[in-house]
Ligand binder design. Structure first.
Ligand code: ATP
Ligand code: MG
Length: 394
């Protein structure tokens, strides 16, 4: 399609599939650069729908909704990993879509994702696909203890069961209703990191400085940049892997790859997300260009630049739990607003809330980025903010 080669300039409308917080921050970035936006999401109060010029309220596979999104948009992206690849393919018949449905489809399926890592020379955890009782029976003991993960639709640690024995594995697969799964060997993690890259239509790849991530209960809790524990050799290896993965997918847009650094220093790929990522939210306040702006640039054909971290930072995820503090050993029943004024009295704090009115335990409500002159200063302020909010120290 020749239109895909043309620059899409400010004033045009950019479409996004999905109305969550990633879509909201994408919309903010696009609008600040002078674009109009259109969001497709069935939820009338979706975080991105609330701030977009246009909000098409239909399911992802609704023909009329997709036709309307294509009609109003000059180019389309996605903010939600599980948007059906078929919907992206349908849009791509008439409009440039970045990333392409084919790349998103690889990321949606853990088995395909791992095959892709291996295919481009990137190590991942030893694993096996379990789709049939025969495959279950053929599992060798060296994959135990392991983690059984559904091949599709897992996020924030959902759809995962840790298993120590063959009996536990069988029970776990039954609990997961025998859907296709991947069993991964449990690895000794030293720490977790991620790399966010952006790749343009011309094949140029740029990356953000590597992030170090702390997960709690399977959900990202804290991101620190620069990564405190990472050697230059490990980061170089991670950047090289990330570039290889993006290029071999012929990817256009922002892509995040999560890695494990093992206790013996080896680095293995965990999974990837075909979109901006929670571990890159600090880029809004701590880098000279954000992951959301790079998504805009990549999809419109504008130049990419190598992002620079101008401030060491810490990002704290604000989960719904914080709206239900524990008082005298008991979680309060009525939702109450955290003490933002106390947090914002600390210099270097940048509050982002996603406009979700109902807080729920484990729901991502917002994030707080803390910048400082040095990593130590950012961390010290972040620990104060965490104490005010009731987030465990890190
Ligand atoms: P996301 O919200 O990032 O999509 P997810 O539900 O897809 O999460 P994973 O990233 O696969 O889940 O795993 C969640 C966390 O569980 C990891 O960040 C890591 O802490 C731990 N974990 C996953 N796989 C392994 C493994 N093979 N060995 C050790 N720990 C693991
Ligand atoms: Mg993950």
């Amino acid at each position: 399609m020749s239109a895909a080669k043309d620059l899409i300039l400010p004033g045009a409308t950019l479409g996004v599939m999905g109305g969550g917080q990633l879509g909201r921050m994408f919309v903010h970035a696009a609008q600040s650069m002078g674009y109009r936006t259109a969001v497709l999401d069935a939820d009338a109060t979706s975080p991105a729908g609330l701030v977009s010029h246009e909000h098409i309220r239909t399911p992802y596979l609704d023909d009329a909704g997709l036709a309307e999104l294509a009609r109003v948009s000059a180019a389309i992206t996605t903010e939600f990993e599980n948007v059906p690849a078929a919907a992206l393919d349908q849009l791509a018949a008439t409009r440039p879509v970045a990333p392409a449905g084919s790349a998103v489809a690889v990321c949606q399926d853990r088995a395909r994702e791992k095959a892709h890592f291996v295919g481009c020379g990137v190590d991942c955890a030893p694993h096996a696909l379990i789709e049939t009782p025969e495959q279950l029976a053929a599992i060798t003991d060296d994959l135990l203890p392991g983690i059984l993960k559904t091949a599709r639709l897992g996020y924030d640690g959902k759809g995962q069961v840790r298993v120590k024995t063959r009996a536990e594995l069988e029970a776990a697969w039954a609990d997961l209703k025998h859907v296709p799964c991947v069993l991964e060997k449990m690895l000794p993690l030293a720490y977790e990191v991620s790399v966010i890259v952006a790749r343009g239509r011309d094949g140029q790849v740029v990356h953000f400085p590597l992030q170090q991530n702390l997960h709690r209960d399977g959900i990202l809790a804290v991101t620190q940049v620069p990564a405190p524990n990472v050697t230059a050799a490990v980061s170089q290896q991670a950047y090289q892997f990330a570039h290889q993965i993006a290029t071999s997918l012929n990817y256009v847009g922002v892509l995040c790859i999560e890695f494990f650094v093992l206790t013996d220093g080896r680095i293995v790929a965990n999974e990837m997300a075909p979109r901006p990522h929670n571990s890159g939210h600090h880029t809004i306040d701590a880098c000279d260009v954000s992951q959301f702006e790079l998504q805009v640039r990549a999809m419109t054909g504008l130049p990419l630049v190598e992002p620079v971290l101008h401030s060491p930072c810490v990002m704290l995820n604000l989960l719904g739990d914080l709206w239900f503090p524990v008082v005298n050993g008991q979680r309060v029943a009525e939702q109450r607003e955290p003490d933002w004024a106390a947090v914002l009295a600390l210099s270097g704090t940048h509050l982002h809330l996603y406009g979700k009115t109902e807080a729920r335990v484990a729901r991502k409500m917002g994030h707080l980025t803390i910048t400082g002159d040095t990593p130590e200063a950012a961390r010290a302020t972040a620990l104060k903010a965490a104490a005010i909010l009731g987030i465990e120290p890190f």
